[in-house]
Design a protein around this ligand. Structure first.
Ligand code: ATP
Length: 211
């Protein structure tokens, strides 16, 4: 038994949160023995168009979804900032709060393909480890392939207590669910049952989101 903290961050728009996110969150929490995995809703994503639900609503849907699961929490710092933010700033803040914890930043393979366009991406690897999660249909860019290869030979292939800059790939149960598809189904009047938790579906209905 160790009291070393392993803290994960899983960023996204969560517009809305669905079982693709939630099952992934559960599996990576167990696989990487995380004390806490923070789901990190962004405020206004730098790389995407404006979301359909507002920030407060995305956070409320997330809270419904993770209710009762102790190791899953929400970190609202990016959402609270009220302006677009960079991952490097969030990780710098988190590092200041958690000077000795091992930090793991999770992203889907689709997001990792464009990691070289992220603000100060090299500095991200000085603070945290990166876990790239396989996602149906997504492919590694040439940049991503090269970075995985060079980083593995420089830092070792496995995240361990105290490591930074390790990039691991992780396979999770592949659920081909996307928020885009859920929004499209709602707006077409189709059912979204069994794609996301009932509480979240009811929230969407009550607030007539995406229609
Ligand atoms: P959209 O369809 O609006 O782009 P999304 O469903 O991709 O949304 P995001 O909020 O953009 O959801 O995703 C947040 C993170 O979760 C990203 O790193 C993304 O790769 C990952 N993710 C999303 N859906 C899945 C899924 N079905 N399986 C595994 N990872 C997923």
């Amino acid at each position: 038994v160790t009291d070393h903290q392993r803290i994960g961050l899983f960023g996204g728009t969560f517009d809305p949160v669905h079982f693709g996110h939630l099952r992934t969150a559960m599996e990576i929490t167990e696989h990487f023995a995380l004390n806490t995995l923070y789901l990190l809703p962004n405020h206004k994503p730098a790389h995407r168009s404006a979301p359909g639900a507002n920030t407060a609503q995305r956070i409320e849907m997330l809270s419904h979804a993770i209710d009762g699961v102790d190791r899953l929490q929400i970190d609202t710092r990016e959402a609270d900032r009220g302006r677009p933010t960079y991952t490097i700033d969030t990780l710098t803040e988190l590092r200041a709060e958690q000077p000795v914890a091992t930090l793991l930043f999770f992203m889907g393979l689709d997001a990792f393909a464009g990691f070289d366009t992220w603000h100060r991406w090299r500095d991200i690897l000085k603070i945290a480890n990166l876990v790239v999660i396989d996602r149906p249909g997504a492919e590694l860019s040439t940049f991503a392939q090269n970075l995985l290869r060079t980083q593995a030979s420089a830092q070792g292939a496995q995240i361990h207590n105290g490591s930074v800059g390790v990039i691991e790939r992780c396979n999770v149960t592949q659920l081909s669910i996307s928020a885009t598809d859920i929004r499209a189904k709602v707006s077409a009047g189709k059912s979204i049952r069994f794609l996301l938790p009932d509480d979240v579906r009811e929230y969407i209905e009550q607030h007539t989101l995406y229609s």
